[in-house]
Design a protein around this ligand. Structure first.
Ligand code: KMH
Ligand code: ZN
Length: 274
């Protein structure tokens, strides 16, 4: 049985610091939680950053500082979000790669996102994919809905394999407007993935645990973090990302699929940037 890749999505663009005090929004808060997440078993950090008012930003110089700080303080694979917030424009989302991360997210289609729309038209998807190849950044294909898998198949068919040669997907389940976060939907999505692809899964909010148990049982990998889950158990707010990583690592160990180290994860994902 393979080991388990654990990704921590530490901050996201949606939760508000005022209502979620444990959310890491400054560089110090992010790096100190990242260090503990690595100790608990994370190998990848999926990063959204905030400005001085704790609002989401795609400011490139701030992103560069964040990449450098995470590299200085941890061995984690730094995966920058190119999804940003629903209000971010396509040019700003492409410019995220100017910060030279190890990896980036690449969402394979538009999805209703609560009352908003997370826009990912084909033209943007293919521009971003080609840019990942030019810049040597390994993409992780974010799939919020089953139809996104058809677009992933089209992308690979028209433009070939990604940097590193390996296709790794992340099923983001339980977003209001996206695919459900349950085991039947997980099984349907996994069956539709391209041959040879590996996958992680995350369930938003209360779908976190069913998706995590389903993913471990089906040979998948795990994403957890305060981007996706701010309640640890009924009525008990998350105290920080490390406890979410620790719970995922404990379950992975119980499943006899221990967490991958960052070095193992680099080899697994085809990331050659040291
Ligand atoms: N914040 C969401 C609108 C990604 O990071 O690539 C999009 C998102 C996806 O979080
Ligand atoms: Zn994200």
């Amino acid at each position: 049985m393979t080991s388990t890749l654990i990704t921590v999505a530490a901050t996201g663009a949606e939760a508000e610091k005022a209502t979620v005090p444990a959310l890491p929004v400054t560089l110090d808060q992010l790096t100190s939680q990242a260090i503990e997440c690595q100790q608990a078993g994370a190998a990848v950090i999926h990063v959204h950053i905030r400005d001085d008012e704790a609002k989401p930003t795609l400011d490139v110089s701030r992103l560069k500082d964040t990449v450098a700080a995470l590299r200085d303080t941890t061995d984690l694979i730094v995966q920058l979000s190119t999804g940003g917030a629903v209000t971010d424009g396509f040019d700003a989302r492409l410019a995220v790669l100017d910060a030279e991360p190890d990896a980036c997210s690449l969402t394979c289609g538009t999805v209703n996102f609560g009352d908003d729309v997370f826009a990912n038209p084909w033209g943007f998807i293919k521009d971003l994919y080609q840019l990942t190849k030019e810049r040597g950044v390994v993409p992780e294909f974010e799939l919020f809905d089953l139809g996104h898998i058809a677009t992933l198949q089209r992308l690979l068919g028209e433009f070939g394999p990604p940097v590193g040669g390996h296709v790794h997907c992340d099923l983001v389940m339980g977003v209001p407007g996206g695919m459900r976060g349950d085991v039947p939907t997980l099984a349907a999505a996994v069956l539709a993935l391209p041959d040879g692809a590996t996958w992680s899964a995350t369930g938003i909010g209360r779908t976190s645990l069913p998706v995590m148990f389903g993913a471990l049982g089906a040979g998948g990998h795990l994403r957890v973090g305060m981007e996706d889950t701010i309640t640890f158990s009924r009525g008990r707010p998350v105290t920080g990302n490390p406890e979410l990583v620790q719970r995922a690592a404990d379950l992975a160990n119980l499943a006899q699929r221990p967490p991958m180290s960052p070095a193992e994860a680099r080899a697994f994902l085809g990331i050659t940037r040291p």
